[in-house]
Each structure stands twice: as C-alpha cells, then as structure tokens.
Design a protein around this ligand. Structure first.
Ligand code: 26M
Length: 822
C-alpha cells in the first residue's frame, strides 16, 4: 500500500453531493430529476469552483502582503484544455467526486467529457504556456499569466471527403472557470497623433492623443497548483467599446447600424485567435491584438507596482516579464513610453529599468515565422511607439558603431529597421535589444540561434546574454491525468505520488525492471490504453484497429517542416511491400496502425494537401482485403489537448521527424516517452536531449544532421540529387491514381521533384524506411521492448516543467517561491 495524498477539501462525498445538487437546483435552476451529463458537469464544476476560489483569494492576498517579486508570463496563447479533471486532481478531490457523482447516477468520465476545451492556442507554444502556469503554481511561485480572451479559439476541424473544413469554436456559452472583473478596465488607444507641448514648469513634453479608444476588461481564471493551496491567476483581456465611444450621435440620429459597426470594431480585437502556427502574416488586426493586450497588461502591472510607493528604480526588483516569442515585443516599447512620457523619467534611466525587466524566449528559426511589422502600418496605428522604436534603434546603432567602427555592413544587418519596400521592423531584434536575457527552448535550438539568426547580437552583447532553457511538460496533466493507471502503478512502486512533484524520482523505478509482475502490469496498462483509443477510433471513424498492432502515432500541427508527408510516403511504401508479398511472407509481418492527427492553418495549401493524402491512403488501405489488420491508416479529426490525453498514452511509437534544425524543441516527444512509448525521430530539438537522458539504445534516430542541411539544400538547388528510388516508386503510385485523382497531389510531388525539396524528404527517406524496419524488429521482442519503455520512463525526470520553471526563476527572473498559506 502507498501513502494516500493529503485529505481533500470536501468533508466527504456527502458534502460534495449536497454542493452539486445545490448548484444544479439553484444556480442552474434545474431539477435533479432531469439532470443530464451536461448539468452534472456544470454542478460538479461549480461545486469545485467554490473550493478553488478560497485558495485563490488566499494566494492573491498572501502575494500582495508578502510583496515579493512576481513573474508575469505574457503569451498570446494559452492552450489550457479542460479544467475540471485537472482541478480535481490538483486539489485531490477526484476520488470523493467520483464516489459522490456515482451515487447521483453519473460516471465521472462522462461528466469530465462534457467540458469544452479552452483552446486559446495553436500548438506547442500555447501548450507550453499552459504547462508553465501549472509548474509556477505547483512550485508556489507568484506568477501570473496575461493573455487575450478570444471569443473563438482555434477552429474545430472537420474532415469532409478527406479534406479539412474549419468550423468556428464558440466555447464561451458556459464557462464556469472565468470570473469577469468589470471593475478592472483599461482604456487602450490606437491611431491619433503625437505633438510637443510644455508642462506647467515650461518643460517640453510629448503627448500622444486624438486616437480611438477601446476598453480592455479583465477575466480571471484560477490556476490551481498540485498538492498546494497556491492558486495563481491567468488574466485574459476582452475588448469592448470604451464608454462614450459607442456612438450616441449616430444612434440618436437613427444610424443604428453605424453605431453597432463601431461597437463591433472594438469587439473584433479579441474575437478570434489567429490560426497560424509558425507563420506570420502581418495583418493589422493581429498588430492591434498585440498592442491591446500588451497595453492592458502593462497598465495593470504598473498600477500594482505603484500601489507599493516604491521608487521606479526598484521596478525590476518587483517585476519580471517574460515574452513568449516576439508577439508581446511592444511591451518593451510601451513600458519605455510610460516611463518617459507619463512618469517623465530620463531616457537612460528608463531604458535600464526596461531591459532589467524583460526576458525574451525564441521558439523558432523558420524565417517565415519571424515577425516583421511594416513601418507605415506602425506609423498609422501607434505613431508614438514608432518614434520610440526609432530612438531605441538609434542609441543601439550608435553603441554598435563605437564597438565596430569600420563595419557599416554590421549596422545594416542588426538595425531594427530592414530597408525593404516598405521598410519593416524586425521584432526579434527589438526583443533582444530590450531584454536582459534571450533564451532558446532546447540545446540545439539555443546553439543554432546563436550561430545563425542572432549571430551578430552575440558579438555585440557577448554570449552570456543568450541562454538555453530546455522545455518541459507538466507530469500532472501528461501522466497523472492522461494515464491514471500508469501513474497509480508507478505510485504503488515508489510509495506514493511524490514523483509528480519531483519527477526525477522516476529513477527509483529501475530496481523493478526485472520484476515480472510489474512488467506484466505495465504492458497491460499500455494495452488497455490502446483498447481505449481503438474504441474511440471505431466510434468516430468506423475503422477497426487491432489493439495488438504496433500503434505508430504522429499528432501535431500539420507543417511541411514536421514532415507528415514523409510519414505517409512511408506508409505507401509499406503498403506496396505488403501487396507484393506472398501470404506466407505476410504472416511474419508486424501489424501496424498508422495514426495521424493535427490541424493545418486554413490558408496553408500544402498542409491541407497532406491531410487529403493521408485520408486517401486510408480509404484504399483500410478496405483492402489482402491487407487486413497488417496496416491501418487513421486520421483522427480535430486533434486538441483533450484528445492528446487520450491518444498519447496509447502509443507504442511516435514520430518526431522534422528536418534537422527546424523543430525548436517539440514537447509532445516528451509526453509520449513519459507515457511509456518510444520515439522514431530525427536529431532535432529536444529529441537530442531525450536521447542523452534515456540512452541511444532506447530511441530510433534517423536522417541527416542539422549541420548537413545547408549543403544538402545547396545540392538540391543545383539539381545534383537523384531521388531515392523507393520514394520515386511511391510518387509513381500516387501519380498512377491509386489514391484518387493525382492532380490533387501535384503540388506535393513537385515540391520534391521540380522544387528543391526544401525539407529534404528525399535525403532522409531511405534512412526513415530502414529505421522503421528496426522498429518492427524491436517490437517483435516484446520483452526487450518493455525494457526499453520502462527504462526510458525512469529517465524522464529532466523534462518536467518544474525543472524548466526553476531554471527560468534562477537564471532569468530572479524570483523565489512563496510559502503558501494553509
Ligand atoms: C505569428 C504571427 C501571426 C500569427 C501567428 C504567429 C505564430 C503563432 C504561433 C507564430 C508562431 C507560433 O508558434 C510557434 C510555436 O508553436 N513554436 C513551437 O514552440 C514550442 C514550444 O517552445 C516548441 O516545442 C516547438 O518546437 C516550436 O515549433
């Protein structure tokens, strides 16, 4: 027997039941006699919410009272997923809730499944922010998230005739997890003009006025830590017309439509999440979102600081702000503007405060993802900010000129302004110049940014300004919640659930590696997770997958650099091989289920074509009588956080096969291994550190290295590469029409042939296929496979979000945890 977790907040299941019934009958005004799963969910969520609020208020009071340095995580994306299960587990009331709700006639799983995902993010960057909030709260750091309250999160994906169709994700009709704060409202200005004026002492001051004002309203979301009373805050801003801005004149003169249009224009700002992952489009509304959110958040942070009546020089001792990619870079300019224009602090002093406050995390090296805003657009929307950016740039370039007096080229290269037509602002450069630390998200990535896109800045600032903080994931959601059976089994061996707070404790599983009974239970849990997924696939797609087949999973945003196309080409090759075999030969084959999931950005044609091809291959393969269980191809619709929780624990192998040097880190790779799956992957991002931790005998690495990529691309551009014959055969099969009208796939194939195969599929394809053969070989040895899985899980401690948050806290934020109140 193992130590049970601390006592729950409810005084037993009876109190829990009373609270649920009270909410159903009074808050929802419904009778328990016609209470369905949805009402049971609402009642359960509201009952739990009442408990959360107590710890939340205490935490916020305590943080105000202690008045220590706080950290603010600015992110345009928080991919939170569902809250109920997580809150029950973190506050340890799930057992009570399960028993209580069962007596009321419901299954806790059904109740949990009623909740709509909070999908305010695209992919890795947004989910990382959510994992960080969990880590901050669990470790008792005073840490807030600041984001936008999108009315529509990432679109819902439907597959119609094999094509992705986007459906709006309206998620707010019942959201018990947010608390509107109508008293926390900030006016944010756009457009207008800048003029010089004199103050009462006759000093020249700069005023920015005459613009359009939009109001930001705060909505607060509680973030409970695991096994602690600390409950932090995620503050999301919603836009509405400022009072007085709503045009009464138009309204009174009968122009209702005109007045409503103005109102809608304000509300449009927080209406929808941009569905692009790793691509920047440069749209005005996106820039408005960024400034709206940044201005409201900074106003809030500054207001909190001013209540303490400290001198401004102490601002960086009280406040650390982390920029999640360049999306909030205007915060640097906005703080400088507040300090010089509003607080009238001299430029140099202000700039010192600014740079000591900010840290910037880079998440990508892909050129198309680096944000660049057009100067005319910035001039129009934020004229004062553009002036300040010019000054920041001027002082910076003067410094560079003093350091490198003869190097004119250097000045052109590092200038915030790119001399294109029109001129554009390089936001990453501004973020570097305005921060005291810049970090990448995995070792290779942090090395690459220093050697490539930010090389000149290393020469200017020295290497110490640049750091690595390898990403991490929260083991609470990604092990305990997603895979409760595995979590329980581990707890039974380690004598409790301490490992969920100190993940390196997993090392202590190693002595059990030869324990027959333990191994049997381990593999039984994997099988039951595969059965759970197979059932879901059957119910939603009609495809039947044998749970004993090797489950090969690739779930992530669809992007050429992530190379789902290489995966599906490999599947076609496998299919062709199976077709060519005798029935005797087929008996020796390891059955495989190739499972895909992920969204394509709505305007990304190549990504959509890849989805189409996966579905077309599935159509052909899944009904081929020669093939049967030996190969199934499944595309799971609408991949999101809650589906990830179902899918990830069911994998035998998962694919992380980006072109070397393109995937900054990856975080699902960590989730899969933590759940006892193995990886087939390239030497890219965090795969490299995962290999170092778990040992190269436990991972299937393939393909060229990042250092080879430049040369390979060069050769493709000069037509010096023969296409791999097996890839040629796959393309021929597609062009023959085996998977439907081949003209649909023309672009996909020509990107390899007439194009320059930028993502180097043909260079890695043969290595990919031979490595997949090694996977089959290894999977035949069931015992050897189990050993690899268990050993890997035992080595995953490093990838906890807690380790990662502690590194940020020590190296970048200089913040300490706060002793929680009881
Ligand atoms: C930019 C401009 C306009 C609209 C959207 C964007 C944009 C949105 C998301 C650009 C990039 C976005 O995300 C990048 C991202 O998710 N990067 C991933 O970050 C993860 C966490 O660090 C890493 O694990 C992934 O490797 C990396 O691809």
């Amino acid at each position: 027997a193992w130590r049970k977790l601390a006592a729950c907040e409810f005084q037993g299941k009876e109190q829990f039941q009373r609270e649920v019934v009270r909410h159903v009958e009074t808050t929802l005004a419904r009778s328990m006699y016609n209470c369905d799963d949805a009402a049971a969910y609402a009642g359960t969520a509201l009952a739990l919410r009442d408990k959360l609020v107590i710890g939340w208020n205490k935490t916020q009071q305590n943080q105000t009272l202690q008045d220590q340095k706080r950290v603010y995580y600015l992110s345009l994306e928080f991919l939170m997923g569902r809250a109920l299960d997580n809150a029950m587990l973190n506050t340890q009331v799930k057992d009570v809730a399960r028993d209580g709700i069962a007596e009321l006639g419901f299954r806790i799983e059904d109740v949990i499944n009623q909740e709509h995902d909070a999908a305010l993010g695209n992919g890795g960057l947004g989910r990382l922010a959510a994992c960080f909030l969990d880590g901050l709260a669990t470790l008792n750091y005073p840490g807030w998230g600041y984001g936008l309250r999108y009315r529509y999160g990432i679109f819902k994906q439907e597959i119609v005739d094999g094509y992705q169709v986007e459906v709006p994700d309206y998620w707010l009709d019942f959201n018990p997890w947010e608390f509107p704060r109508p008293d926390v409202a900030v006016d944010v200005m756009f457009y207008g003009y800048v003029k010089k004026d004199t103050d009462s002492d006759g000093k020249t001051i700069i005023v920015w006025e005459g613009g359009e004002i939009v109001q930001a309203i705060a909505y607060d979301v509680p973030v409970p830590g695991f096994d602690t009373s600390t409950t932090n805050n995620l503050r999301l801003w919603s836009s509405k017309p400022a009072s007085g801005e709503f045009d009464f004149q138009k309204f009174n003169s009968g122009d209702y439509e005109g007045s409503i249009r103005d109102q809608q224009r304000a509300e449009t700002i927080s209406a929808v999440l941009y569905p692009n992952d790793n691509i920047s489009a440069g749209k005005e509304l996106r820039l408005k979102q960024q400034y709206f959110w940044v201005a409201a958040s900074l106003h809030d942070i500054v207001r909190r600081f001013k209540k303490t009546h400290r001198p401004w020089s102490q601002f960086p001792d009280q406040v650390a702000i982390q920029l999640n990619d360049t999306h909030p870079t205007l915060a640097i300019v906005e703080l400088q503007r507040i300090l010089i224009d509003v607080e009238h602090i001299p430029w140099d002093q202000a700039w010192e405060i600014v740079t000591a406050t900010f840290g910037y995390t880079n998440h990508t090296v892909l050129p198309e993802a680096l944000e660049k805003w057009s100067v005319p657009l910035m001039q129009h929307l934020l004229p004062r900010h553009l002036q300040i950016i010019y000054d920041i740039n001027l002082f910076f370039l003067q410094k560079v000129e003093r350091m490198f007096p003869k190097d004119r080229e250097m000045l052109t290269r590092v200038s915030i302004i790119e001399e294109s037509q029109p001129q554009v602002l390089r936001m990453a450069y501004l973020a570097i110049i305005g921060s005291h630390k810049v970090n990448g998200v995995a070792e290779l990535h942090s090395d690459l940014i220093k050697a490539t896109i930010f090389k000149d800045f290393v020469a200017i600032y020295g290497p110490d300004k640049f750091a690595n903080v390898t990403n991490g994931i929260t083991p609470r959601r990604w092990l305990h919640q997603a895979n409760p059976k595995l979590s329980d089994l581990i707890a039974s061996k380690l004598g409790g659930y301490e490992f969920l707070k100190e993940l390196s404790q997993l090392e202590r599983l190693r002595p059990f590696i030869d324990d027959k009974e333990f191994r049997r239970e381990w593999m039984e849990i994997k099988l039951s997770n595969k059965i759970r997924l197979a059932k879901y696939i059957r119910d939603t797609t009609g495809i039947s997958v044998n749970p004993h087949a090797l489950f090969d999973i690739q779930v992530k945003r669809i992007h050429e650099y992530k190379r789902q196309q290489m995966n599906i080409f490999g599947v076609i090759d496998r299919y062709l091989n199976l077709k060519a075999m005798t029935s005797e030969e087929r008996k020796k084959v390891v059955p495989r289920a190739s499972i895909f999931g992920g969204k394509a950005a709505p305007g990304y044609w190549m990504a959509k074509t890849i989805i189409r091809l996966i579905n077309a291959v599935g159509e052909v393969v899944n009904k081929d009588k020669d093939i049967g269980d030996l190969l199934k191809v499944v595309f799971i619709e609408d991949y999101n956080v809650s589906k990830a929780e179902l899918i990830i624990p069911a994998s035998d192998i998962s694919e992380h096969i980006s072109t070397a040097g393109t995937e900054a880190s990856g975080t699902s790779n960590m989730k899969f291994v933590l759940n006892g799956g193995l990886i087939i992957g390239t030497c890219d991002g965090a795969n490299i550190e995962i290999t170092r931790e778990i040992g190269d005998e436990n991972i299937f690495l393939l393909g060229n290295l990042a250092e080879d990529v430049e040369d390979l691309r060069h050769r493709h551009r000069y037509g010096q590469v023969e296409m791999d014959p097996k890839l040629r055969a796959v393309c021929d099969e597609i062009e023959k029409g085996t998977f439907g009208d081949p003209s649909v796939y023309e672009g996909l194939i020509s990107s390899l042939t007439t194009g320059c195969d930028y993502y180097l599929v043909s260079d890695d394809f043969s290595s990919y296929l031979t490595t997949q053969d090694l996977v089959d070989e290894a999977y035949r040895d069931k015992d050897g496979w189990a050993t690899k899985c268990i050993n890997s899980v035992a080595s995953m401690g490093f990838f906890s979000a807690d380790r990662c948050i502690n590194e940020y806290a020590d190296m970048i934020w200089n913040v300490e945890p706060l002793v929680p109140v009881k």
